[in-house]
Design a binder for this molecule. Structure first.
Ligand code: SF4
Length: 276
């Protein structure tokens, strides 16, 4: 972990990232891509030490209330958050200044802030977005090693639902030859139904294979799925231009609960959330 003084905290679309880098270890994470110009090791989390002051200043001076989004580049509930509580402080400000919030996570640590999220939702609006990629707990541990398993995430979704907070699931990325079976997709959709989620978002395959992302992903394939890298290279090539490929197109099924699409960390996303 290292600290920096940031110049700003909210993007033009009212998104924010309190941290840069992530320790959750998802093998497909697009936030590793070089195009985001991260100048430190991905696991060496950059903490914006003045994030909370910047956020308070921004909220105080906003003319119109809106939804504040977070979780585009980094999971806001990385283990470090338990110690630093930046997310909790940010949510407290969002509540006090009467804004809404939508956050994207793969961690059931979000439940630490359940009461605060419920109060925001009662006062304005809160939508929690969670990624589910597989219903198979063993596969989940392989591809998303350091974060809550699918079962734990579904249990968190149910707690959020019971607290009256709308939830949305990102069924993304779909990794060719890994979690792209009909059985898996149906299994995840059944879990979504069971947890009473408001919507399911799919970004096509959502694997970018951009420079930085691609090397890490292929290294993990070698470690976890022997001979699969060769199949990927044969099928999708080894584009070194940095442009990468969007495997399987980029169809977006947008949720009514989120309204404007809030990009998810790790898979495919828009431009706005990259740098703040
Ligand atoms: S996909 Fe999200 S949770 Fe996973 S490592 Fe990347 S930023 Fe972290």
């Amino acid at each position: 972990m290292h600290f920096v003084k940031a110049k700003g905290i909210l993007s033009s679309q009212n998104g924010m990232n309190l941290y840069r880098g992530c320790s959750h270890g998802c093998i497909y994470c697009d936030s590793r891509s070089r195009c985001y110009h991260m100048e430190h090791a991905f696991e060496d989390i950059e903490v914006k030490e003045n994030a909370i002051e910047l956020l308070e200043h921004a909220l105080k001076h906003k003319r119109k209330k809106c939804m504040i989004g977070t979780g585009a580049m980094t999971d806001p509930y990385i283990p470090l958050e338990l110690k630093l509580e930046h997310m909790k402080k940010a949510l407290t400000l969002i509540y006090e200044y009467g804004f809404g919030v939508t956050l994207h996570t793969k961690s059931d640590r979000v439940l630490r802030d359940l009461d605060l999220l419920r109060r925001i939702n009662e006062k304005t609006k809160c939508v929690i977005q969670m990624t589910l990629t597989t219903y198979d707990e063993k596969l989940c541990r392989k591809i998303e090693p350091n974060v809550s398993t699918t079962g734990e995430r579904v249990a968190a979704l149910k707690r959020l639902r019971d607290a009256g907070i709308p939830t949305v699931v990102w069924l993304s990325p779909i990794l060719p030859f890994i979690n792209d079976t009909q059985e898996n997709i149906e299994g995840v959709l059944e879990l979504c139904e069971e947890a009473g989620v408001y919507g399911v978002i799919n970004f096509g395959m959502g694997l970018t294979l951009r420079e930085g992302n691609r090397e890490y992903f292929y290294k993990q394939l070698d470690r976890l799925f022997p001979s699969l890298k060769e199949k990927y290279i044969k099928t999708y090539g080894t584009d070194k231009s940095g442009g990468g490929k969007i495997v399987g197109g980029s169809r977006i099924v947008q949720s009514r609960a989120v309204g404007r699409s809030q990009p998810g960390h790790g898979a495919l996303r828009g431009k706005d959330c990259c740098r703040v």
